[in-house]
Design a protein. Structure first.
Length: 172
């Protein structure tokens, strides 16, 4: 099981950035996905990580919608050889990864965030109202990256298996 820690993302020179204000509505998730996909394509970073980045951004926005009220801010940045997604909401509740069981209908969002990003964490907002939840991906291809990708896919297989079991139990 993963552990959430209060931390800041790795520091790097910001090369490109985009910030989006998302109103708390179901359309916020699809807007976040489009924003990430379109920005990465415009930045020439539309690569094999794009789907992972889009998925994780949508999970962070979904969590903000479920656990907070009020507007959500999503920031996408390229910092040197890293892409960073940050989502801010006004809830003081910190992200708590939960141990889901096969029959749970939800609770896998942060597991997906951990499985499909290289690093993630959170930090409290300076005004004591809410938090930023962030995740990042390295753009540098290395042998370690291939190992990480294999581990990520194996964790996903475990999550998919749990979801399939839950759906099977629900049908009976």
């Amino acid at each position: 099981m993963m552990t959430a820690t209060e931390s800041r993302p790795s520091v790097g020179r910001i090369l490109r950035a985009i910030a989006t204000l998302l109103e708390p509505s179901p359309e916020a998730v699809s807007r976040a996905r489009r924003t990430v996909h379109d920005a990465l394509a415009a930045w020439g970073l539309d690569n094999n990580l794009t789907d992972d980045m889009v998925l994780v951004a949508s999970e962070l926005v979904t969590n903000a919608l479920q656990h907070a009220s009020g507007p959500i801010v999503m920031v996408l940045q390229q910092r040197d050889e890293t892409v960073l997604v940050e989502v801010a909401d006004v809830s003081p509740a910190l992200p708590v990864p939960c141990r889901e069981s096969a029959d749970d209908e939800s609770g896998r969002g942060l597991a997906l965030v951990e499985a499909f990003s290289d690093d993630w964490g959170y930090r409290r907002r300076g005004n004591s109202r809410g938090k930023w939840v962030w995740c990042s991906w390295s753009l540098s291809p290395t042998a370690t990256r291939l190992t990480d990708e294999l581990e990520r896919r194996l964790r996903l297989l475990g999550l998919v298996t749990q979801m399939w079991l839950a759906a099977s139990l629900y049908k009976t």
